[in-house]
Design a binder for this molecule. Structure first.
Ligand code: TRP
Length: 472
């Protein structure tokens, strides 16, 4: 018994600790900022139905698989693949690269959220009619958003360089429930506005006429992004999970929390949006326009709630982005023996440069395009429409075809002590259905996409990584 505990990795102090950390990584800008605006750009209800199918049939299975690989090997992403076979290390390296590129735009939006927390007090809400135009003016300005982004990134660096994530996790434990409570409050407000019914119909009555291959790829990519899957983040978390914990039920809890947060964000925003007569397909500005407009109607109470909302959103974003930075830092430390502080500063310096380009691509650099898109979209599309989905596909192939089925059964049932009735279903999904489904969706997306050259570039990067796999 003692022996077993000694060889085991340092564990999460409690089940709640693990759930909160994994949910903290999952719940972030993906749920509150990205999910509602993608829903608006992809026609509403039909997108939500496809998204939920991706979460249930792909996301949940992949999360179970990532936890299982992590706990079985006790290693983070690259190490876990490598432990099995060196030529698989490219799959782990692809994950590290994904984390790196997501950090090429995520802090830009984190900076917007931080800015809106402060701006809520300094007069943002005082002229409600000006709120929509204000957002456009703010993000396209040449310097101000850069300052907020750098501030946001600096907070990440401080936390990760010192290796002290507890502080932020404690803040998350308080602010995550606050965010949920606020969303419930906003939902009640939002649905009681005149004309809110149109928003509810938009969310829950699917209009299939707008669905294309692009819609499906967007939904799949969003499922991976929102659940923090496809780059080994959850493999790393699983490596700290106690052998006593029930993996499938933990995965189900995290997936349910994340999906609930996303749906709640949609419910909070669309009824109000329709009531205000705003455009659902307005894109990345959605949360920054609808929520302040809603709070602007509530006087000084609205100001207070707006500060709390964007404060909580910033913390939710931080608990996600430190997990991304940590994946890159852990890789440099473990595989290249770089010291923690150096790894953090080196990684974040490059991230800062990518973020500067992303932020400026909203304004002064909007004319500069690589593979047909601006810098922000380049990092965004490359990661969530290509790298994460392919990363998930590689993981499914790895688990389904290169790991032993009975060992997986043992891992997922804790040596037969807990039941996992859906084991056969899960195994077949992972082995056959998910790899094929992702390949089909990726092909459909590529066929329907405007950014074909970007897609080809992304696939080339993966091929190059695979060729140099042994060096990674
Ligand atoms: N899931 C987070 C969000 O929704 C973002 C994120 C954190 C992420 N870690 C990740 C995305 C790993 C993909 C992979 O905001």
């Amino acid at each position: 018994m003692q022996q077993a505990e000694m060889v085991q990795r340092e564990n999460w102090r409690s089940r709640l600790g693990f759930i909160m950390a994994a949910a903290g990584s999952a719940i972030g800008l993906g749920n509150i900022w990205r999910f509602p605006y993608l829903t608006g750009m992809n026609g509403g209800g039909a997108f939500i139905v496809i998204y939920l199918m991706c979460v249930i049939f792909v996301g949940l299975s992949i999360m179970i698989a990532e936890f299982a690989v992590g706990r079985k090997t006790g290693l983070a992403a690259v190490g876990a693949y490598k432990a099995h076979n060196r030529s698989w290390s490219f799959a782990g390296a692809l994950g590290v690269l994904s984390g790196f590129f997501i950090m090429g735009f995520y802090p830009v939006v984190g900076g917007w959220s931080l800015a809106y927390m402060i701006k809520s007090v300094t007069g943002l809400l005082s002229v409600p009619e000006a709120i929509p135009d204000y957002f456009g003016a703010f993000i396209t300005a040449p310097t101000e958003p850069l300052i907020w982004m750098l501030l946001y990134l600096a907070i990440n660096v401080l936390i990760v360089a010192r290796g002290v994530a507890e502080g932020i996790e404690t803040a998350g434990k308080i602010l995550m429930p606050t965010l949920f409570a606020l969303l419930i409050f906003i939902i009640f407000r939002s649905v009681s506005l005149p004309g809110a019914g149109a928003g509810l119909r938009y969310l829950f009555v699917p209009d299939w006429s707008q669905v294309t291959g692009q819609t499906v790829l967007a939904a799949l990519g969003q499922a991976f992004f929102s659940l923090s899957l496809g780059m080994g983040c959850m493999i790393t978390y699983g490596s700290y999970l106690s052998k006593k914990e029930n993996i499938p039920s933990n995965a189900l809890t995290v997936v349910t929390m994340d999906t609930t947060a996303a749906i709640m964000a949609g419910l909070a925003m669309f009824p109000a949006l329709f009531s205000f007569g705003m455009e659902p397909a307005q894109g990345p500005g959605l949360v920054f326009v609808v929520i302040p407009s809603l709070f602007a109607q509530m006087g000084s109470m609205g100001v207070l709630l707006s500060v709390i909302f964007f404060g909580a959103l910033t913390i939710a974003a931080l608990t996600s982005s430190i997990s991304l930075l940590e994946v890159v830092v852990a890789y440099l430390m473990d595989e290249h023996k770089v010291e923690r502080r150096k790894a953090t500063f080196a990684a974040s310096t490059v991230m800062a440069i990518m973020c500067i380009l992303s932020s400026l691509s909203m304004g002064v650099l909007s004319g500069v395009q690589i593979f047909g898109v601006g810098f922000f979209d380049f990092f965004d599309i490359l990661t969530d429409k290509i790298f994460l989905a392919i990363g998930g596909m590689l993981l499914a192939i790895f688990v389904g075809w290169f790991m032993d089925k009975e060992e997986l059964r043992t891992e997922l049932t804790n040596d037969g002590t807990v039941t996992f009735s859906f084991f056969e279903l899960w195994y077949n999904l992972i082995k056959y259905v998910i790899p094929v489904a992702i390949a089909v969706v990726a092909a459909m997306g590529i066929a329907a996409i405007e950014q074909t050259s970007l897609m080809i570039f992304g696939l080339l990067v993966i091929v190059v990584l695979a060729i140099f796999s042994k060096k990674l």
